[in-house]
Design a protein around this ligand. Structure first.
Ligand code: NDP
Ligand code: 8X3
Length: 255
């Protein structure tokens, strides 16, 4: 086998773009997500386009038992994972703290924090045995600065920031790199999920600007993964030109 990358949340957005990018660079891929028909389509497309092996690993990252069983029971030749793109995640709702839905909060915490921990731990155990590997956690600019009505989504990404720091310290003795990537606004299915299928509100998020694309972020993920063995990007924040932080945007297309 060639180098192996495991990508969670590969059925859309950053994960899907990263699957194409790593495939184009000759990596064999383990792709995860819940939507199995999308995984099947992606595996067929990437496998034939780039002549790489693609293994579909459907599971819900919130399902602790399934995560550890799926990764722990990988065929031996797939266990030598070189890169984990720990990317599956979501925002749900954009509401004032006292008005927000508890169900949304639970889903975000279970997915963005606990799911990322489960996958990270299961893969770190495999990497520790080989004394090598690279874990790339998908955080967000929302993990650096809190914004109005961002409350628990921001908290979940602040947690990813802290988890990445902790992993980097604890995995140091195993030669495992840990990178946290913190994108700003990127037009994927993210806002459609956040606003629960409300296309008009989702579209408004990117009004008057050219946001990041999945491909932009995939390029950065791959860049981090392709540096020499002794070099590790610890933490990387990326926004489009028209975003300064979580609050300040220049939506004037004529400026
Ligand atoms: P998308 O909605 O386009 O993709 C999200 C991916 O996560 C999908 O493949 C989805 O797959 C997967 N996913 C969600 N929940 C689960 C779950 N419980 N188990 C397994 N997979 C799951 O969004 P993005 O690509 O934009 O988001 C990817 C990551 O980047 C997220 O962590 C997000 O928080 C973060 N991010 C996004 C930004 C943006 O503006 N777009 C900016 C900064 C960070 P499926 O539904 O098939 O399970
Ligand atoms: C997604 C970016 O600013 O909408 O993580 O929270 S933001």
């Amino acid at each position: 086998m060639g180098k192996i990358v495991l990508i969670t949340g590969a059925t859309s957005g950053f994960g899907k773009a990263a699957a194409y990018k790593f495939g184009a660079q000759g990596y064999d891929l383990i792709i995860n997500g819940r939507r199995t028909e999308r995984l099947e389509q992606l595996a067929a497309e990437i496998g034939s386009k780039y002549n790489v092996a693609v293994l579909q690993l459907p599971f819900d990252v919130r399902d602790e038992k399934k995560v550890f069983a799926s990764i722990g029971n990988l065929p031996d030749n797939w266990k030598a994972i070189d890169v984990l793109v720990n990317n599956a995640g979501l925002a749900l709702g954009r509401d004032f703290f006292e008005e927000a839905s508890l169900e949304d909060w639970n889903t975000m915490i279970d997915t963005n924090v606990k799911g990322l921990l489960y996958v990270g731990k299961a893969v770190a155990q495999l990497m520790a045995r080989r004394k090598q590997g690279h874990i790339i956690n998908m955080s967000s600019i929302a993990g650096k600065e809190v914004y109005e009505k961002g409350n628990v989504y921001c908290a979940s990404k602040f947690a990813v920031d802290a988890i990445s720091q902790g992993m980097r310290i604890d995995l140091l003795r195993h030669n495992i790199k840990v990178t946290s990537i913190n994108p700003g606004a990127a037009e994927t299915e993210f806002s459609l999920v956040r606003f629960k299928g409300d296309q008009a509100t989702a579209k408004k998020t990117y009004e008057g600007m050219i946001p990041l694309s999945g491909q932009d972020v995939a390029e950065v993920i791959f860049y981090c993964a392709s540096l020499p063995p002794h070099v590790c990007i610890n933490d990387l924040t990326i926004t489009c030109l028209q975003q300064a932080n979580t609050v300040y945007f220049n939506r004037d297309t004529n400026s």
